[in-house]
Write a new protein. Structure first.
Length: 280
């Protein structure tokens, strides 16, 4: 097939469902100082399934609360608005793109890897002086371009998977060979369409191809979290390949063996419960 342009991708992205209005409002608050938290809490509560899932996450061991929260307002009071915004967004995004009838794409495996990357990114964030909630959201979104390619161009995506098997290479390399671009670029375009902040758009778009300036940055956090999630093999996919970590990235992280093992343990522990709630 002829290589896709970003314009071709954007046309298909515009056919995708929008995120719920309340989630779009929550995303707009990521760049605002003065937020009416009570008004937004009331709007979240109107969506019963979103509220129920968010409260399950808020009460999970991931947050280690002493007592159970039973309302969005209470959850915001205990965990803070930023954490609840992250959880509501996560619950919404994981259901935003549905499988096509007859699709062979492994949606549960895809989302398990995304959740693993999100929790690894959140654990890494303090070490790279990044906001933990932003890192979690960017980690969850980092491979969303894969869903666009797999559901909007299914035949070509099967070609990319066949290319990957034949050349024993990473998915991004196979996508570039077949489509002319990869899921990171497509994911960046989707994050822009859904109006995620520019920092998250950039981290999604460049998580495979780090730029020289991406030292101790959000793209670096997502790049490393993606590698860790693959290395832990939490997606349950048989052909999972862990990308190599460059010497430059390893030096930038400056993790001791003990800190590295603690990071892996923290990721694995947080993953299981969060994955069960978000993916099922």
């Amino acid at each position: 097939m002829a290589a896709l342009s970003i314009e071709d991708i954007v046309k298909r992205i515009q056919d995708l469902p929008s995120l719920p209005v309340v989630v779009m409002e929550l995303l707009s608050t990521m760049q605002e100082e003065d937020v009416d938290v009570h008004l937004l809490a009331g709007k979240i509560t109107l969506d019963q399934s979103l509220t129920a899932k968010t409260l399950r996450l808020a009460n999970s061991s991931f947050y280690g609360m002493q007592s159970k929260v039973t309302s969005i307002q209470q959850a915001i009071a205990v965990l803070g608005f930023h954490s609840i915004r992250t959880l509501v967004t996560a619950c919404s995004v994981t259901g935003a793109i549905a499988p096509l009838p007859g699709s062979r794409f492994d949606f549960p495996g895809f989302w398990r890897h995304s959740v693993a990357t999100a929790v690894a990114a959140k654990a890494l964030a303090p070490r790279l002086r990044q906001n933990a909630e932003t890192a979690f959201t960017a980690g969850l979104l980092h491979d969303l371009g894969t869903l666009v390619l797999a559901t909007r161009f299914p035949a070509q995506y099967e070609e990319a998977l066949a290319w990957r098997r034949a050349h024993d290479c990473g998915t991004a390399e196979a996508e570039r060979a077949v489509f002319g671009l990869d899921h990171a670029v497509v994911g960046g375009a989707l994050a822009a369409h859904w109006k995620f902040p520019a920092a998250i758009q950039g981290a999604v778009a460049s998580h495979h191809e780090l730029l020289e300036q991406d030292v101790a940055s959000l793209p670096l956090a997502i790049h490393v979290a993606d590698i860790l999630a693959h290395a832990l093999d939490l997606s349950g996919q048989e052909d999972e390949l862990a990308p190599a970590m460059s010497a430059r990235v390893w030096r930038t992280l400056a993790l001791s063996d003990e800190a590295g093992l603690a990071l892996l343990r923290e990721t694995e522990h947080a993953f299981h419960e969060m994955s069960q709630i978000l993916v099922g």
